[in-house]
Design a binder for this molecule. Structure first.
Ligand SMILES: Nc1ncnc2c1ncn2[C@@H]1O[C@H](COP(=O)(O)OP(=O)(O)OP(=O)(O)O)[C@@H](O)[C@H]1O
Length: 260
């Protein structure tokens, strides 16, 4: 509990350049295959980080470690200043998984998928409140898909599904959004629209992005030609979005309402 309070305090007090993720000599091997070897990198608040690397470079392994599913064998990961092993504020992190991990026959509506992102075990066990439903409606409005709320997720196009998963990741108003190859399997025009949307969110809201991608061309225009750091076959491309006068802005929905 004390840890949680410290972490929440850390976020409230943070300026625009605080450390959101720290990778400190992180290493991982599958058997004799060394996948990650002494990876050092820091993600600062309001960075947009593109993590690029060939197949098998270790991108997914690194993401799994950041979201707490796999432990580094050596080194340390810190999230919002707290060692990952003691981190409890998972509502601060939104995660958009690869779409190919999704079963298209899953019998849920868009609204159900989005509310399933509400953080906390209690939310899973009890009925949704009016406030929960309002949050889902806000997230769907933000992604410009309120008319899809009652549709079955499996009957949507790839690009629409991707917006639904982004709405699900945004429902807790996260500070860090992690996207795992979000545009794989969707057509070029929809990819461009999706990318415009997350660029807009990066520029106008207090959200830090970590996006894994194969598609260097696609994000090069936004993150620049040269990586800020490399490690093995991984390259970290970074763009800052730090208008200092915007540092106080924290609430995505609040901001959207003001803008709307
Ligand atoms: N559970 C596992 N057991 C053994 N080896 C694994 C396991 N998971 C991944 N690997 C191996 O570790 C390496 C890194 O895999 P990882 O999925 O992290 O790469 P990636 O960069 O995400 O690749 P891709 O772009 O293909 O998704 C690969 O060589 C993979 O075969």
């Amino acid at each position: 509990m004390e840890e949680r309070q410290q972490s929440a305090h850390y976020v409230r007090e943070a300026g625009c350049h605080r450390e959101i993720i720290a990778l400190d000599r992180v290493s991982f091997a599958f058997g004799t295959q060394q996948v990650l070897d002494d990876v050092n990198f820091a993600v600062q608040e309001r960075d947009f980080v593109g993590l690029i690397g060939a197949n098998g470079a270790g991108k997914t392994t690194l993401l799994r470690m950041i979201v707490g599913l796999t432990k580094p064998q050596r080194g340390e990961i810190r999230l919002f200043g707290t060692p990952a092993a003691r981190f409890r504020d998972w509502h601060l992190i939104g995660y958009v998984p690869q779409r190919n991990h999704f079963n298209p026959l899953f019998p849920a509506t868009v609204r159900e998928v989005v509310t399933s992102g509400l953080y906390g075990r209690r939310k899973l066990l009890r009925r949704l409140t009016k406030a929960d439903m309002d949050r889902a409606a806000d997230a769907l409005d933000t992604l410009d898909i309120p008319d899809l709320a009652d549709k079955r997720i499996g009957e949507l196009s790839g690009g629409q599904q991707q917006r639904v998963f982004l709405a699900r990741a945004l429902i807790n108003n996260p500070k860090l959004l992690i996207l795992d190859e979000p545009t794989v399997g969707i057509d070029m025009e929809t990819q461009l629209n999706f990318f415009q949307l997350i660029k807009h969110m990066h520029q106008h809201h207090d959200i830090t992005f970590l996006m894994v991608s194969h598609d260097l061309e696609m994000i090069r225009g936004y993150l620049g030609e040269r990586p800020k750091a490399t490690s093995g076959k991984l390259s970290f491309f970074v763009r800052h979005s730090h208008d200092l006068e915007d540092c106080a802005e924290t609430d995505l929905v609040h901001t959207l309402r003001k803008e709307g």
